[in-house]
Design a protein around this ligand. Structure first.
Ligand SMILES: [Zn+2]
Length: 412
């Protein structure tokens, strides 16, 4: 496989300059002026590569290289180009520009696909604007439906409908959804955003599972009072209950039977937050993830039970507000095998790996047999200006992706 590393490197650098933050930081929030400029820039690149373009109502953009059997479902690759505030230049971009380079490499190498090959640029993978991530791929999968148009609001209170219309993307949101089997296969390449590949010196990770994240708030209402006046037997201290609960949450995750279960209490808001006042109310923000949806839900139930138990013992009120509970995704054996064969053919070492962040693939699993290709990133660092992947690794990923797309585009 021959890949034009110089062209690709130049494009990654150029896209990074379309940013609301100063280099090396990249900020490109969906439907802002920078996002629209980046979209136009990408469209031009894909047009130059001879690809046809289709844009759906939410701005998901599909670039198509027509195969000799356009009647058959296409194969697709892609990722996102939006970036959280003060991010780096590789998250998502490696999958979009790497996907484009893979397609150009195949084309310039004289390859003729039977199935068409599409590159997808998904809208709003990052949750920055609407509070929920993967908006485009959720809509494609039917995990979000058309009422998201009014329900999802930006920080300024504007609805998704208003924001997307202003950005030039209109039409009925219900038309975004694609049925399962619309694509014969979907492969997303991405930086690992974790330390494993770099630590083990392995250039390619083959993603077998994507975790299912759940996040929720637990509110504990106790009884406040003067830190001197209320004696210990009379107290219903919300923070003491929260402290007990945090340790129980850690314990349930540790004892789930798998190291793939992770639970984090990342928010602890104490009211009224005065040194001489008994905490009357505590709000905990909890993130719980697992590769196994049933196990995740079992742990979630154990956390519910622990919350009730502690509330009863300490005589205070609790409530749980679930923000999201997305399903884990399992990669397709057929797509995994195609990636593994591509690694062998390129003489690249690979290992199987679990994806522990959200990706558009988490939802594309409802549209097509799916798998992901990971490449190492320095120190496992992501969502920071110093996020870095070497050209050597990026090119290796493109080669594997190109071979994988070539194999999957065969009509058989
Ligand atoms: Zn990403």
């Amino acid at each position: 496989m021959k890949v034009d590393a110089e062209r690709l490197g130049h494009e990654i650098d150029e896209l990074a300059t379309i940013s609301a933050a100063r280099p090396p930081a990249v900020t490109r929030v969906v439907f802002t002026e920078e996002d629209l400029r980046a979209r136009a820039w990408l469209k031009q690149r894909c047009a130059d590569a001879g690809m046809a373009v289709r844009v759906d109502a939410v701005g998901n953009t599909f670039f198509r290289w027509e195969g000799s059997r356009p009647d058959l479902p296409a194969v697709a690759t892609g990722s996102h180009i939006d970036a959280i505030p003060n991010a780096g230049r590789f998250d998502g971009v490696v999958g979009v520009l790497g996907g484009l380079e893979a397609i150009r490499s195949l084309r310039e190498g004289g390859f003729q696909p039977e199935r068409s090959i599409e590159l997808i640029q998904f809208t709003a993978e990052e949750p920055t604007r609407f509070g929920v991530g993967c908006v485009g791929s959720r809509l494609l999968a039917g995990v979000l439906n058309a009422d998201a148009d009014e329900k999802l609001r930006g920080g300024d209170g504007e609805t998704l409908r208003a924001v997307r219309t202003k950005a030039g993307f209109d039409g009925d949101l219900a038309t975004v959804r694609l049925p399962y089997g619309y694509y014969a296969a979907f492969v997303e390449s991405h930086i690992e955003q974790g330390p494993i590949l770099e630590r083990e010196g392995i250039p390619i990770g083959i993603v077998t599972n994507i975790v299912g994240p759940s996040s929720f708030f637990i509110t504990i209402d106790g009884e406040g009072g003067h830190a001197g006046g209320v004696l210990m037997p009379d107290r219903h201290d919300a923070l003491c209950a929260a402290a007990e609960l945090i340790v129980r949450i850690e314990g349930t995750a540790r004892q789930s039977g798998s190291t793939d279960t992770v639970a984090t209490v990342g928010i602890c808001e104490v009211h009224p937050g005065a040194i001489n006042s008994i905490p009357s109310r505590v709000k905990l923000g909890v993130d719980l993830r697992d590769t196994d949806g049933k196990r995740r839900d079992r742990v979630l139930n154990e956390i519910r039970n622990a919350t009730e138990e502690i509330a009863q013992q300490r005589q205070l009120q609790t409530s749980i507000q679930v923000l999201n509970a997305d399903e884990p995704a399992t990669s397709s054996p057929q797509v995994l095998a195609a990636i593994a064969r591509s690694c062998l053919e390129e003489g690249l070492e690979s290992r199987r790996i679990v994806a522990r962040a959200y990706h558009d693939s988490s939802f594309m699993v409802h549209v097509a047999p799916m798998a992901m290709i990971f490449i190492p990133c320095r120190g496992g660092v992501s969502h920071r200006p110093d996020e870095h992947a070497t050209m050597e690794h990026i090119v290796a990923g493109v080669k594997v992706l190109a071979r994988t797309l070539a194999e999957l585009s065969s009509a058989h």
